[in-house]
Write a protein that binds this ligand. Sequence first.
Ligand SMILES: Cc1cc2nc3c(=O)[nH]c(=O)nc-3n(C[C@H](O)[C@H](O)[C@H](O)COP(=O)(O)OP(=O)(O)OC[C@H]3O[C@@H](n4cnc5c(N)ncnc54)[C@H](O)[C@@H]3O)c2cc1C
Length: 350
Amino acid sequence: MNHYNVVVIGAGVAGSIFASYAPSHLSICVIDKKHHHGNDGFHKPCGGLLSPDAQKTLSKLKLSVPLEVCASPQMFSVKTVDLNNNLKQVYQRHYINIHRHRFDQWLISKIPNHVNVIDQAIVKNIDFKSIPHTLTYEQSGQTHTLSFDMCVGADGANSLVRSKLNAPKIRQYMAIQEHFKLEDMDPHLGCFFDQRLTDSYGWINVKNERVEFGAALPLQDSLKHYEAFKSQLISSGYPLASPIFKEACLVNSPKQLNQIFCGEDACLLIGEAAGWISPSSLEGISYAMDSALMAAASMHHQNPLKEYKKRSRKLKFKIFLKILKSVVLYTPWIRILVMKSGIEAIKEVK
Ligand SMILES: Cc1cc2nc3c(=O)[nH]c(=O)nc-3n(C[C@H](O)[C@H](O)[C@H](O)COP(=O)(O)OP(=O)(O)OC[C@H]3O[C@@H](n4cnc5c(N)ncnc54)[C@H](O)[C@@H]3O)c2cc1C
């Protein structure tokens, strides 16, 4: 049985960044269920918008996103619509539109050679009670077991690792997204509120020849509510009648700070598995990178968990501000006031 100092579950944004920046004297293994090359297999459903914070972290790491990771077109504003009150405003935003799967593959390509990366493998169980701790994964129909000193859970919103710990429950939505052929529509980013269907939001994005419409919905009756949401957009003129492709996944949205959980004993949680995601915008890429870097730097210390908790206090404060922002955004009367005021809105030329 192979033994590692650290085993990382998940090579999304958080797992890849952790594996790239963790101390090189550690033996590290990263396990992920997607193919690390090509277009087959699991793709993370995502809007693929790199926020200014994500851009800033990439700059700190001296990483420039290659052109093939970028999508077309690049859009500089978001059309925001309150469907219940028939309000519309356009706000400037500074996102970079990327292909999320290619972004993940590009980050994986940066992981240094001394890290053992195992792809197309699903972690089935982790046993923290056994000494040494063990992990079981399946790859090509075969079951493998390895042992480890420390585990890093970077396995996203539906985290197996988090489920093995005494972690608090975190608020979750079902994110459903469909892809459509781009026709009869000016490419733009859209953000839609309908409090009858969700206390989160729906979005429109364009990537090359495709339009993506998605929404984050309460778990109960999510599909029914998604269809109702889509119907409203269709009646507003969006060409969303014939989907090419549908995808869905859970998305975390911390309602309170105590829903963020950095880990326990021999286990650190990073990225969305820990709850590092903005509850106002559901922007999680920058948090995944930042928490991964903090955890990686903490591995130099005798007690990595204690150090990681200390280092991530600022990130927690940032989430606290986003919780406050989400109160403004998702309380209908406050949102109406803000939208009607026109503060920060752009007047489009007719
Ligand atoms: C629909 C949607 C749209 C979004 N849009 C944006 C956006 O535009 N911009 C933004 O910044 N954020 C966005 N987010 C949030 C963002 O995608 C996440 O917060 C971010 O991906 C979290 O990164 P992560 O590395 O923590 O987890 P993930 O990206 O979810 O990566 C987890 C990895 O773990 C692997 N994995 C999981 N379980 C196992 C297992 N048992 N065995 C092996 N491997 C496993 C998966 O293959 C995956 O690669 C969006 C989220 C959703 C759902």
